[in-house]
Ligand binder design. Structure first.
Ligand code: FCB
Length: 399
C-alpha cells in the first residue's frame, strides 16, 4: 500500500453550495413560502432561511476564500424562481446577476459546475402541481434551455437536477419538505418524472452547446455486518443498492456525460433493521464509512462515464472530525482511481455553514464557519487548511 495518493493533473478540487441554502431572501420559491407560513403546531422547518449566508451579495468575498484555499472548482446552483419569476417571464436582471457571479468565480480560477434544480421550485410551478404535474417536464426543459443559452459561455458543466430520489422521498413520501405529501405512488411518479425531466433537459441543452451535462445522484451504501450477516440482510442490501443506482441510472444512460455522486453515509442492516456500529458519526448522527464510498465508486465503474463527487461532507460544529473525514474519503478516492475508476473531481459539501433545509442552521457543514451572531462573518475552520494543502499538492498523505 502506498503512503500517499497522487491525483491526476486535471483533477478538480472544489466545494459545493446551493442557492437557497446560501443566497438569502429567495422569496419566490416553494420553500420560502413553507418556511414563512409555519404555525406553532408544526415542528418543521426548525427555522426559516431568511438572509441565509447573504451569498447573493457576498459572493466575491466567498470566491476569494475559495481561491485563497487553493480550490480550482465550485459547484453552485441558480435559483429557478429568480430566473423565471412567472411562467412567461424571464428576469434579465437576475440572469445578469448570475453572469457577474460566474465571472467573479472564473476570475479566481474556479471551474463552475452549475446545478439547475436543487430542491426548490418557483411558487407558480408548485401551484400548477409541481413535479407531479403533467407538463412539469416540458416546463423544466424550457427553463434548462434558457439557462444553456444564457450561461453556457460561463460554466464548465451543467447538473440538471440534484438528488431526484431524495427530493421525491422527502417531499412525497415522508412529507417533510414541500409540498408535504405522503403518497408513495406519487413519489414514484415524481421519480419517473424527474428522470424524464433530466433526459429532456439534456437534449435541450445539447441543442445549444457542447457543455457536459450530468446529474447529482445521492447514493447511500447499504451493507451487512461482516461478522453476523445473513441471507435476508444480504438480499435486502442488494435490493436497496439496486434502487439507489441501477434502477434510477440505467434509464439515463446515453443522456449523461458524467455522473455526479453525492455520498454521505452507509446503513448497515441487521435483521432488516438499521444497526450501524456508530463508532464515527457526524452531528447529524450519520455513520461515517469511507469504505462505502469505495464500494459505490467500484459499482459505478460499469456505467463507463466520468464520475465527479459532487457532494461529500459532514455536520461537525467543532471541526473535530473534518480533517480525518477528508483524509479518509480522499484515500478512498485515490484507491478508486488506482483501480481504474474514472474519477475526475471532488466537491466538498460545503464551502460554508448554511441552511440545512428543515433542520435550519444548526448543522454545520462548512469548511468556513458562518458566525450568525456577528454579521455572518466568514471564519475558515482549521480543516480547510488541511484541504487547501491537499488541493495544492494534488496528493493525499496516508498519515
Ligand atoms: C444533500 C443536499 C444538500 C445538503 C446535504 C447535507 O442531500 O443535496 O443540499 O443539504 O445533503
Amino acid at each position: 500500500m502506498s503512503d500517499q495518493y497522487s491525483f491526476p493533473d486535471s483533477f478538480l478540487w472544489g466545494t459545493a453550495i446551493a442557492a437557497h441554502q446560501v443566497e438569502g431572501n429567495n422569496k419566490n420559491n416553494d420553500w420560502w413560502r413553507w418556511e414563512q407560513s409555519k404555525t406553532p403546531d408544526r415542528k418543521y422547518p426548525l427555522e426559516p432561511s431568511n438572509e441565509a449566508c447573504d451569498f447573493y451579495n457576498r459572493y466575491e468575498e466567498d470566491f476569494d476564500i475559495c481561491q485563497e484555499f487553493n480550490t480550482n472548482a465550485i459547484r453552485l446552483s441558480v435559483e429557478w424562481a429568480r430566473i423565471q419569476p412567472k411562467i412567461d417571464v424571464y428576469d434579465q436582471t437576475a440572469i445578469d446577476h448570475y453572469k457577474k457571479m460566474f465571472m467573479a468565480a472564473r476570475e479566481r480560477g474556479l471551474q463552475i459546475f452549475l446545478t439547475l434544480h436543487h430542491f426548490t421550485s418557483p411558487v407558480w410551478f408548485a401551484d400548477r402541481g409541481g413535479w407531479h404535474a403533467r407538463d412539469a417536464v416540458a416546463i423544466f426543459r424550457q427553463y434548462a434551455q434558457v439557462c444553456a443559452e444564457e450561461f453556457s459561455d460561463y460554466v464548465d458543466a451543467f447538473i440538471t437536477i440534484n438528488e431526484p430520489q431524495v427530493y421525491a422521498l422527502k417531499s412525497y413520501t415522508d412529507g417533510t419538505w414541500p409540498p408535504n405529501l405522503r403518497n408513495p405512488w406519487l413519489s414514484y411518479y415524481v421519480q419517473i418524472n424527474l428522470m424524464r425531466a433530466h433526459r429532456s433537459a439534456y437534449d435541450a441543452i445539447k441543442t445549444i452547446c457542447d457543455t457536459p451535462v450530468g446529474l447529482a445522484k445521492n447514493i447511500v451504501w447499504y451493507d451487512t455486518n461482516p461478522f453476523a450477516s445473513n441471507l435476508i440482510d444480504r438480499a435486502a442490501a442488494r435490493f436497496l443498492n439496486y434502487l439507489n443506482d441501477d434502477f434510477f441510472l440505467l434509464p439515463l444512460m446515453g443522456k449523461i456525460d458524467f455522473l455526479g455522486l453525492n455520498y454521505y453515509f452507509t446503513q448497515r442492516l441487521h435483521y432488516l433493521r438499521i444497526d450501524n456500529p456508530n463508532d464515527y458519526v457526524s452531528d447529524m448522527g450519520w455513520w461515517i464509512n469511507p469504505g462505502g464510498l469505495g464500494e459505490i465508486l467500484q459499482k459505478l465503474k460499469k456505467y463507463k462515464v466520468p464520475i465527479y463527487i459532487t457532494e461529500n461532507g459532514l455536520a461537525d460544529a467543532t471541526d473535530r472530525y473534518r480533517e480525518h473525514f477528508l483524509r479518509d474519503m480522499l484515500i478512498a478516492c485515490g484507491q478508486a482511481i488506482l483501480s481504474g475508476v474514472d474519477l475526475r473531481g471532488y466537491f466538498h459539501w460545503s464551502l460554508m455553514d448554511n441552511y440545512e433545509w428543515h433542520e435550519g442552521f444548526w448543522p454545520r457543514f462548512g469548511l468556513v464557519e458562518i458566525d450568525r451572531e456577528h454579521n455572518l462573518a466568514r471564519k475558515p475552520r482549521q480543516s480547510f487548511y488541511y484541504y487547501a494543502k491537499v488541493c495544492q499538492n494534488n496528493t493525499v498523505e496516508v498519515n
